[in-house]
Write a protein that binds this ligand. Structure first.
Ligand code: GLA
Ligand code: GLA
Length: 696
């Protein structure tokens, strides 16, 4: 399905535009339009923090500046994504209605200040929000220059006020029905925490309880529910005023305060804000890290998304504001498109004169002219996006998925043991992600609630699903994994899987719970290795192995390094391919393979080095006949990434990006035409290449 903001052969380009900061400078407002057009900007996001300008006194609304700007932008061919202003409230509201301000976990109510610190439960805040959202939607919901809505801004955080505490108790009651069920689910008899009634339940807090993992998990789910409920309320306000335009919220990088997947059905499109720290390490490393995040965002709805914010140059809230080398901006914005974004927007179009973001990079800086390096690079990106605009709306059809689940991560990171000094859930997912990207394929990052079919409404199943540390099992995940494998899918399941249920209670009777017959072993123990300690996984001798296993092993090294975590498995039917090289469990399985129905499960017992992940992914995918996007046998050059998108007419767009500061040679797949970049089989240093393969 297309993203509702993908329209007519256009990739959205532009960003946050805050003209309310410049209303006394008509010459600047005029220059804004001229410069936006020059930079090929076609989209402005507006109204994000405009509440005090839009409603300067309670009940007195003044939308004149917004109307004038939207009209003018529209006349100049620039469309608007309008935001609700609820990410920051006016002072008059905080002064008159204390309840709109958040209370921290120590029980202190915040003073007025910052942004994002409103209570999500407060009836007053909700009423004021509903009122202004309705009025904005009535006024602009049918304006031909407005294409979509953006609710709030990077929502997140927690409020511990009495209203939220009561809402939490109600939420717990709705979920568990009886207090006995709560006590059981949270194992409260430990340390004598037994509750007698729902009224006794309090949010976890450093001054009170933080060790009841079931309570912590419930609170995190509740916080997601509060934000989702608030988002729904805002969306309903917009709809009740007759606007049918698509709605999003802008999500954040690696943010674990909310389970974003829960928003999937309520949002019409997904958007997020990307602020990488380029040059801290090799560009390629940062690119993989951002790439995984792009893929995670796209996978929430498995449809094209929107890069809502990014910096055109430095990012002043980071510890160090590093400038990017020339060329990196185009790589950054093209990366979003390559991974499925239908646009590339910035924060912000004109740099503020004062307050906290006066040194944040912007399209137009304090100097104000077009003859700046940044403005030239922004313009060059605008030209590229125009050139390749036909890719808008095309979709990513990934053959591989990584199960990357926020609730699972909450539980893994909250538990004590087996390594309080770091379980490295995200890093582990990233190692597998890197392995698939280096093979040259697209990847979805899905959670336990999502199906194993890529694309929306399609029946195509992934070929490979990689499940790193599937610790907490939710819903019918084990049945679905089993069905997936039986039908011919390949599953990689690592150590620390099938350990707890959805309330974080440990399963009895052996782990991985519900999957012992799938993996063909039982996990007996798990060893946490001290930092600096190592073991190894050593290839077994080829006797007794099937031809398939022999072929796979022939493509892998004799041994691989292990650190951090090592699980000891008792084999119940699987074939053992690698075993531990040392310690008292020397000789026990490190990698196993188990045939189930038409498919195979690979059990990975320990945290193995990157080369292991890379080699195993390659060997298994080759065995399965899944070829890379470059075609059979063609390896990606070092530090080059590849992604693809498929259009409605079956055309496949292949995006190659060279993160190395050196020109490189490439194999161009057959039957492709070049729609961006060189056509001589080379890719420039820090270059982009887009190919098009048309179905014949
Ligand atoms: C202490 C406590 C026990 C238990 C153990 C765990 O000894 O007295 O209740 O928490 O630590 O190591
Ligand atoms: C976030 C916010 C923006 C702005 C940028 C600056 O993404 O949404 O309002 O503060 O950061 O990087």
């Amino acid at each position: 399905m297309k993203s509702p903001v993908s329209n007519n052969n256009t990739l959205l380009y532009g960003g946050d535009y805050n003209p309310e900061q410049w209303l006394d400078h008509p010459e600047i407002l005029e220059a804004d339009i001229r410069m936006m057009k020059k930079a090929k900007i076609n989209t402005a996001t507006m109204g994000i923090f405009s509440w005090s300008t839009l409603e300067p006194e309670e009940g007195r609304y003044d939308f004149s500046f917004l109307r004038e700007r939207i009209d003018t932008l529209h006349k100049n061919g620039i469309q608007v994504i309008l935001s609700t202003p609820t990410g920051a409230r006016p002072k008059w509201m905080a002064d008159r209605y204390e309840e709109v301000l958040r209370v921290n976990e120590e029980g202190q109510r915040a003073y007025f200040g910052f942004r994002h610190n409103h209570c999500m439960t407060s009836p007053v805040y909700r009423e004021k929000t509903r009122e202004i959202d309705c009025r904005l939607a009535e006024e602009f919901g049918h304006h031909p220059g407005v294409i979509g809505w953006h609710i709030n801004n990077e929502m997140g955080g927690e409020c511990y006020c009495p209203l939220c505490q009561q809402a939490f108790r109600d939420w717990v009651r709705d979920r568990y029905h009886s207090i006995e069920a709560v006590n059981k689910a949270w194992n409260t008899t430990f340390w004598s925490h037994t509750y007698q009634s729902f009224d006794q339940i309090e949010a976890p807090s450093g001054r009170g309880e933080t060790f009841l993992h079931g309570l912590n998990l419930a609170w995190k789910r509740f916080v997601t529910e509060r934000h989702l409920d608030f988002t729904r309320m805002e969306k309903e306000a917009i709809r009740s005023a007759g606007s049918t335009l698509p709605v999003t919220i802008n999500m954040m990088y690696n943010y674990t305060g909310l389970n974003y997947q829960e928003f999937s059905e309520d949002l019409d499109y997904i958007s997020w804000d990307n602020y990488p720290t380029w040059h801290k390490t090799r560009l390629y490393e940062t690119a993989l890290d951002c790439g995984m995040e792009h893929d995670r965002m796209r996978s929430i709805k498995r449809q094209p998304f929107l890069l809502m914010e990014s910096s055109p140059t430095s990012t002043n809230w980071q510890p160090i504001s590093k400038l990017r080398a020339p060329g990196v901006l185009a790589l950054q914005q093209m990366q979003a498109i390559a991974h499925g974004s239908d646009g590339a927007l910035y924060f912000q179009i004109r740099q503020s004169r004062g307050a906290s973001e006066k040194f944040h990079g912007a399209v137009i800086d304090h100097y104000g002219g077009e003859d700046t390096r940044v403005f030239r690079e922004v313009t060059a990106v605008g030209e590229i996006l125009e050139e390749i605009r036909e890719v808008s709306g095309s979709e990513t059809e990934a053959k591989v998925a990584i199960l990357y689940d926020t609730e699972n991560r909450w539980a893994i990171e909250d538990a004590q043991g087996p390594r309080n000094e770091g379980m490295y859930y995200r890093e582990t997912a990233l190692s597998w992600y890197r392995a698939v990207k280096e093979y040259g394929l697209d990847v979805d990052l899905i959670d336990e609630s999502q199906s194993f079919c890529y694309g929306d409404g399609k029946s195509d199943s992934y070929r490979l699903v990689i499940a790193p540390m599937l610790y907490m099992l939710r819903g019918d995940i084990t049945t679905r994994l089993k069905n997936f494998v039986e039908a011919g899918g390949i599953l990689f399941l690592t150590y620390w899987s099938g350990v707890v249920d959805q309330d974080d209670l440990c399963y009895l009777g052996g782990r991985p719970y519900g999957m012992r017959d799938l993996v063909g072993f039982r996990s007996e123990e798990i060893d946490g290795l001290y930092d600096g300690m190592e073991n190894s996984g050593v290839k077994v001798k080829a006797e007794n192995l099937s031809e398939r296993e022999e072929r796979i092993l022939s493509k892998m090294k004799e041994s691989y390094r292990i650190d951090r975590l090592a699980e000891i498995e008792k084999i119940e039917g699987a074939d053992v391919l690698y075993t531990y090289g040392s310690d008292f469990y020397e000789g026990r399985a490190v990698l196993s393979s188990h045939r189930v129905g038409q498919g195979y499960v690979y059990g990975i017992a320990a945290a193995l080095e990157q080369d292991f992940c890379t080699d195993l992914v390659r060997a298994v995918l080759e065995e399965e006949g899944v070829t890379s996007l470059l075609g059979e046998g063609h390896k990606l050059p070092d530090e080059v990434t590849v992604n693809s998108r498929t259009g409605d007419d079956g055309s496949v767009y292949i995006f190659l990006q060279n993160w190395k500061d050196e020109e490189q040679e490439l194999h161009l797949p057959a039957d492709c035409s070049v729609i961006l970049g060189r056509d001589d089989g080379k890719i420039d240093a820090l270059g982009n290449l887009v190919l098009k393969k048309t179905l014949v």
